[in-house]
Design a protein around this ligand. Structure first.
Ligand SMILES: Cc1ncc(COP(=O)(O)O)c(C=O)c1O
Length: 483
């Protein structure tokens, strides 16, 4: 909160209505704060003064003649959510110290809740949406769908891209293209957003949960080797929070064991491994354009392919399995996983700014890391030798060697949430949840996944996050006292 000059908001009870009105006029806030002996006694609006004048008061009358009504305020150590609630009803809310002196005020403009990750739609989004609406092509035909796929291919340098209705349908489409049998096994990390696990189950295959690496949060190679079986047909490798595992060993191992790879790059847009965009290493790479992702189409996704024949089959499956040669003739049981022309129009505009967005995400991460460096109870991810992380969401872990680390993690989150900063826990170890327990592999203990579940905190990382907001968040964290 910044200090402001309150002079134009404070009106002493000995002042006149004219003087109060002048102050309201200067501040432009529509209210002034009536004080007696420096203590707040009421909030007077320009409407209150207008009503007083209509009730025969004169501009030369003292302001304390205005009929007093109940008013609202918050204390210096207020609860942020309570304040938000009051702002939504009263627009201007005075903030008082223990002596009832006005030390500041809150309004919608002055207090913004800082979100985790919001989209930035200030490029050509509206222009292209308007064009697609004017063209009449609002479903999945129209120029933007193909254009978006082409531009996406250029961006990630992949030969074939196919847009989908979401990151989850992209995953399901990739699995369907593998043509696996019922109960074939697909290895998936235990620490992930659940979408890849659910996609495997909905495809009638069996997810086998592997542990993750403490540093990269991606699948651990040792764990992968332990959970692999004769029935393993594929691996979904999740590039969590923009990270990448040490890929080479995994690629060699999967090749040797004839295991197909789907790279889930929903959180890895912009991440490169050995200078190549992730998604290009596996047989398939899938992306999400949900509202919190680095580029967004509202809802939406993309699959990229190594092989043309997979692309052709996936395209057919995406469109109800309809034959390309004969309309309404179906030779596959397909889905409707298509992206609309309007969404693709947004995607084209977003791609125009994608490099800027990725650059900003990386800057945000660096600024957090630099500012919070002195705190020895938190751990930021280390830079990896071959990976250029796009830092979709910045995060740190609470050092799990510290007693009460779980409590500290949750307490720090509550403390920042109350100050209007949306920081969050990350995902949770899937095998801890009742519905996923049966996909545990008894040979491993998921220790790393559990530690990350208990210690991770994700930080606001929107591309339009201002440096001063990062500094505000860091100052709050620096002030937080470990008990
Ligand atoms: C790792 C991961 N995979 C898949 C998805 C699913 O994407 P969507 O929400 O677009 O279905 C998400 C996220 O939202 C994700 O974070």
């Amino acid at each position: 909160m910044t200090n402001i000059n309150l002079v134009n908001l404070l009106v002493n009870e000995s002042e006149t209505l004219r003087s109060a009105l002048k102050k309201i006029n200067i501040s432009g806030l529509g209210v002034c704060f009536l004080i007696k002996d420096n203590k707040l006694i009421n909030v007077i609006s320009d409407g209150d003064i207008r009503r007083s004048l209509l009730n025969n008061l004169k501009l030369s009358n003292k302001v304390n003649k205005v009929k007093l009504k109940k008013f609202i305020f918050v204390k210096e150590k207020h609860d942020f959510l309570d304040l938000q609630n009051k702002i939504s009803k009263y627009k201007i809310v005075p903030i008082l110290n223990d002596k009832r002196e006005v030390i500041d005020y809150a309004s919608e403009k002055r207090f913004r809740q800082i979100p985790q990750s919001e989209p930035l739609l200030k490029g050509n989004e509206l222009k292209y949406i308007t064009e697609s609406i004017k063209s009449g092509w609002i479903s999945s035909r129209g120029k933007y769908v193909n254009l978006f796929e082409k531009k996406f291919s250029n961006f990630v340098k992949s030969p074939y891209s196919l847009s989908t209705s979401s990151g989850t349908s992209a995953l399901q489409l990739a699995i369907a293209t593998l043509k696996l049998k019922k109960n074939d096994e697909i290895i998936v990390p235990d620490y992930t957003f659940v979408s890849p696990i659910n996609s495997i189950i909905h495809s009638n295959c069996k997810p086998v949960l592997a542990d993750v690496d403490l540093e990269t949060l991606c699948i651990s190679f040792d764990s992968l080797k332990k959970v692999v079986s004769r029935r393993t047909k594929a691996l979904i490798l999740v590039h969590l929070y923009g990270n990448s595992p040490e890929l080479q060993k995994i690629l060699n191992f999967c090749k040797k064991n004839n295991i197909k790879i789907i790279e889930d790059c929903a959180e890895g847009f912009g991440t490169k491994y050995k200078k190549i965009h992730v998604g290009n290493f596996g047989d398939f790479g899938t992306f999400s354009f949900f509202g919190n992702k680095t580029i967004s189409t509202g809802e939406g996704g993309m699959v990229i392919f190594k092989k043309y024949k997979d692309y052709v089959l996936a395209k057919k499956l995406r469109d109800h399995g309809m034959s390309q040669a004969k309309k309404y003739w179906h030779d596959e049981i397909g889905f409707n996983f298509r992206l609309t022309n309007i969404q693709a129009a947004v995607g084209c505009a977003q791609l125009e700014n994608a490099n800027k967005f990725i650059k900003r995400k990386i800057e945000i991460h660096k600024r957090y890391k630099k500012k919070l460096n002195e705190l020895n109870y938190i751990i930021f991810p280390k830079d990896q030798k071959y990976t250029k992380n796009s830092h979709w969401l910045s995060y740190f872990k609470i050092n799990d060697n510290i007693k009460n680390h779980k409590f500290i993690r949750n307490d720090l989150i509550n403390y920042l949430n109350k100050k209007g900063v949306e920081i969050r826990t990350g995902f949770f170890s899937a095998q801890q949840m009742k519905i996923y327990k049966k996909y545990k592999d008894k040979k491993i203990n998921y220790n790393n996944s559990k530690i990350i579940s208990d210690t991770i905190i994700t930080l606001p990382s929107s591309v339009n996050l201002k440096n001063k907001e990062i500094d505000y968040i860091c100052d709050l964290i620096l002030k937080y006292k470990l008990n």
